[in-house]
Design a binder for this molecule. Structure first.
Ligand code: CO
Length: 662
């Protein structure tokens, strides 16, 4: 709309329009964009060519680093995670570099001890991070208390972030209402936050709720307000605009080629929308277009990582169920693996109930997986008279208090059941989770040994013991970097894409790499790796002409790993990018007795008993990990363990006999 002077007013009342108040923009192209749509596989080499130019745009900050980045770089890209902020700093001289810090979880999936947390923040600051966006999955601000003083001591910007969550289609209800967010924001301000961010990781915030919330925050909180809203549900472009009308100070966007889907709104249309208003970003659209053109050029390297199974770029399930898109696809995958996809409606009905019983936690990694997997367990294994028959180890940890204080108390009955026989104790802790952690830096230093040349190397091992040690071997040339980890040129990626496309189309593929005689004469198998995706293609030789008979994408993008118990020593990191080899199904138990069958496909973590041991009904026989959650499998009867056909690390199919009791 234009006012009587013909000046655009961005929906604001007249007196506000007269004051120029440019909205500040943080760009997330180098972090959240590829994290959201390309499994965090963005490489530093593709950022360098535009880094200097990005510095000239006038962004408030560039988001470049965080947990998923740290994990993926050392695990899948063979890049030193510390090198990215150091390198970008050489090109980006004016614009602050920002990182996302998971509170006491740092850039990992569990709470780390204070000694590791302190030195990590110091090193992040010294390696070039200027703005620390800190959040906690259950919004327990006690999990901020170690890192914040170090951020301040290092003279850096502390942005306190609140995970945005809903229990109803719109903001409100007994938990996630305006008062909840305003109260958290004020607490963050009291902690010394330089800015406060509403972190809408699932793209849930409706435009009018964004307006209401930002208005309330602007009235009651002094520090600038920042909105981070993923596009997932399709609302975020509108939400940013309404937030801007309500006076939000800073918003997050990305360059257009890596925008939308589960990523963020693009900067170009927003800059154009605000042109000539009092909230004009002042950005040069031509300059932005040139930057986007570069991203468009490098995108073919990453396109195969995009989930393009649907034509729609939005996920309306988020609108229907108020649950993050990634969480729903995990649930569907899990049900499919258990041959129970037809029970999805029961899962949707059970989900809000489980979430409420588990303290109405925000649904963000790792709590979204914890709630999701427990919901599926309840639907599949509960009987009419008994709920929570199979409780995952992570739910037990949550009930014990290892993730922090949940927004509402956990249901006492559920808590009691979860903590019955729990190894750390049956009484939940009341203290800050990291208060029960022993210092762990020295242990990590010992584990890293001579492999680590400095504290940054040691921290990689402290945070990711298994993959961290492997990375250091790659870094110092003690082990060959696997082909699928090495960077590929555009030409190499195009060639791989061509092979996969031909194979998918059932057409001839010339490159036969690995003969597999066990498949029988005339059948050859070869493998096509494209980053995390692994295709096994079988080629049938008919009259000498190979024909592709099957294409199996063996390695879907890994689901985000879930927090290990907070007090576990060096948590085993999730498996590296290799197709897991399922153990051979065992058709019949070799001995007579009562078999314990795998209720779901998964991996044997460990047996708690040996052959010949006697067990009572209900005793834990083994721990089975499924969808990154640990499940205790118990003895159905009392007796003697007659047979244990698998060992730790074996993958099992649903229905495999895991033990025989007689
Ligand atoms: Co995000």
């Amino acid at each position: 709309m234009a006012d009587k002077h013909g000046k655009l007013t961005a929906g604001l009342v007249e007196e506000e329009v007269k004051v120029s108040n440019p909205v500040k923009i943080q760009d997330l192209t180098f972090r959240d964009a590829h994290q959201s749509i390309f499994a965090t596989r963005g490489r530093t080499e593709d950022m360098i060519p535009i880094a200097e130019e990005m510095d000239k745009v006038g962004f408030w900050a560039l988001g470049v680093w965080g947990g998923a980045t740290f994990d993926t770089m050392h695990r899948f890209l063979g890049e030193d995670p510390w090198e990215r902020p150091r390198t970008l700093k050489k090109y980006v001289k004016k614009t602050p570099l920002q990182m996302l810090l998971r509170g006491q979880n740092l850039v990992g999936y569990r709470n780390y001890a204070d000694d590791v947390a302190k030195i990590f923040v110091e090193r992040a600051a010294e390696n070039g991070i200027d703005v620390f966006r800190v959040f906690d999955a259950v919004n327990d601000l006690r999990n901020f208390s170690t890192v914040v003083p170090i951020i301040k001591k290092m003279g850096k910007h502390f942005q306190g972030a609140i995970c945005y969550s809903l229990t109803e289609p719109r903001m409100g209800g007994p938990v996630y209402n305006t008062e909840y967010y305003v109260k958290k924001a004020k607490q963050l301000e009291d902690m010394g936050a330089d800015t406060v961010c509403i972190k809408d990781m699932a793209g849930l915030i409706s435009p009018y709720d964004a307006y209401i919330l930002v208005k309330a925050l602007k009235e009651q909180v002094k520090v600038p307000i920042h909105l981070h809203s993923h596009f997932t549900s399709g609302q975020s472009c509108m939400a940013l605009l309404k937030a801007i009308e309500a006076g939000v100070d800073i918003v997050d966007t990305v360059l257009s080629p890596w925008a939308y889907r589960t990523s963020h709104p693009a900067i170009e249309p927003l800059a154009m929308t605000l042109k000539g208003t009092n909230r004009d970003t002042g950005f040069d659209i031509v300059q932005l277009a040139a930057l986007s053109e570069h991203m468009e050029k490098v995108t073919p390297k990453y396109r195969h990582l995009l989930d393009d199974t649907k034509l729609s770029v939005i996920d309306i399930n988020v609108l229907l169920h108020q649950t993050p898109g990634g969480m729903l696809s995990n649930l569907v995958n899990q049900l499919r693996e258990m041959d129970a996809l037809d029970r999805i409606d029961e899962v949707f009905a059970e989900l809000p109930r489980v979430r409420k019983e588990l303290g109405q936690v925000p649904l963000v990694t790792p709590t979204s997986q914890i709630v999701g997997i427990q919901t599926v367990n309840n639907v599949l294994f509960d009987t009419g008279d008994e709920r929570y028959k199979m409780i995952t180890a992570q739910v037990k940890d949550l009930c014990y208090g290892l993730y922090g204080e949940t927004p509402v108390p956990i249901d006492p009955e559920v808590r009691k059941k979860a903590l019955k026989g729990y190894e750390r104790g049956e009484k939940p802790i009341k203290v800050r989770p990291a208060d029960v952690l022993e210092p762990e830096l020295d242990k990590a230093k010992a584990l890293a040994g001579d492999l680590a040349k400095d504290i940054d190397d040691q921290l990689i091992v402290a945070l990711y013991p298994t993959t961290g040690v492997r990375f250091l071997k790659w870094k110092y040339g003690l082990e060959e970097i696997p082909a699928e980890v090495k960077p590929k040129t555009l030409e190499e990626v195009k060639e791989l894409e061509r092979l996969v496309a031909l194979a998918k189309a059932g057409k001839l593929v010339e490159k036969v790499e690995k003969p597999a005689p066990e498949k029988g004469p005339g059948v050859r198998t070869f493998n096509v790796f494209v980053d995390g995706d692994y295709f096994e293609v079988e080629v049938d030789e008919v009259g000498g002409a190979p024909v592709v008979t099957s294409v199996a994408p063996m390695m879907p993008q890994p689901a985000a790993p879930v927090a290990a118990p907070a007090v576990a020593p060096a948590a085993p990191a999730p498996a590296p990018a290799a197709a897991p080899a399922p153990a051979k199904p065992i058709a019949k138990p070799a001995v007579e007795g009562t078999p314990i069958e795998a209720p779901m496909p998964g991996m044997v973590i460990r047996y708690e008993v040996n052959e010949g041991d006697s067990v009572n009904e209900g005793d834990v026989v083994l721990i089975l990990e499924a969808m990154k959650m640990e499940n205790s499998i118990t003895a159905p009867i009392s007796g003697t363990v007659l047979s244990i056909p698998f060992k730790s690390g074996d993958s099992v199919q649903k229905g495999n006999t895991l033990a025989v009791i007689g």
